[in-house]
Write a protein that binds this ligand. Structure first.
Ligand code: IMP
Ligand code: MG
Length: 186
């Protein structure tokens, strides 16, 4: 297979807005905040694939309390913006009834995806549902979107970014920092 023609150009012209070091400092602070709120509840940490995997993979070793992990994979139907239009590629496999759950995703943007995942966790009778995101675009929320996450790493403006799990056309998830795409590629 060939690399889609513009991926290298997207990378070359992008601007690093958060370095790996800055992200890791933010993860340390998140782990502290989680310890305060969650240490006694042995939470189930649910990674939202694929974007949440680098974030969760780096967060987990920072948590000094007992956790269980699971994953979900859900995508929004193209062009649809209501929670009911979520398409589930993988639902939670661990029973959620009575559990404290932390949904871990890459970014809170319109908030529709996370609102739908939180609703599903409640439907499955989780006792408490928290959300953790590496990035928050606070000015991009849509009606019906999750208003805010319980744990936020870093805030960004309403621009398209990639790296640390976030993709540009499914590539560039492996870049170690957060990169803002140049205007011509937004
Ligand atoms: P929303 O909150 O329902 O609008 O969708 C959030 C999802 O959209 C995230 O989990 C990402 O997969 C994707 N997304 C939103 N903003 C960005 C971005 O700037 N770069 C890469 N993916 C993004
Ligand atoms: Mg994505």
């Amino acid at each position: 297979m060939q690399l889609p023609i513009n991926i290298q150009e997207v990378y070359d012209k992008a601007t690093c807005i958060y370095t790996q070091q800055q992200i890791e400092t933010a993860l340390d602070a998140m782990a502290e905040a989680m310890h305060t709120k969650l240490a006694d509840s042995y939470p189930l940490m649910i990674c939202v694939l694929k974007g949440g995997m680098v974030f969760m993979g780096n967060l987990l070793p920072r948590l000094k309390f007992q956790v269980e992990i699971d994953y979900v994979h859900a995508t929004r139907y193209r062009g649809k913006t209501t929670a009911g239009d979520l398409f589930w590629l993988a639902k939670p496999t661990v029973p959620l009834a009575g559990r404290t759950v932390v949904v871990v995703d890459d970014i809170l943007d319109g908030g529709i995806t996370l609102a739908a995942i939180v609703a599903k966790c409640r439907e499955l009778e989780a006792k408490a549902v928290y959300t953790a995101v590496l990035l928050d675009k606070p000015t991009s929320r849509l009606p019906g979107g999750l208003p805010a996450a319980d744990f936020v790493g870093l805030e960004i403006e309403d621009r398209f970014v990639f790296g640390y799990g976030l993709d540009y056309d499914e590539f560039l998830r492996n870049c170690p920092g957060i990169y803002e795409v140049a205007a011509e590629h937004q």
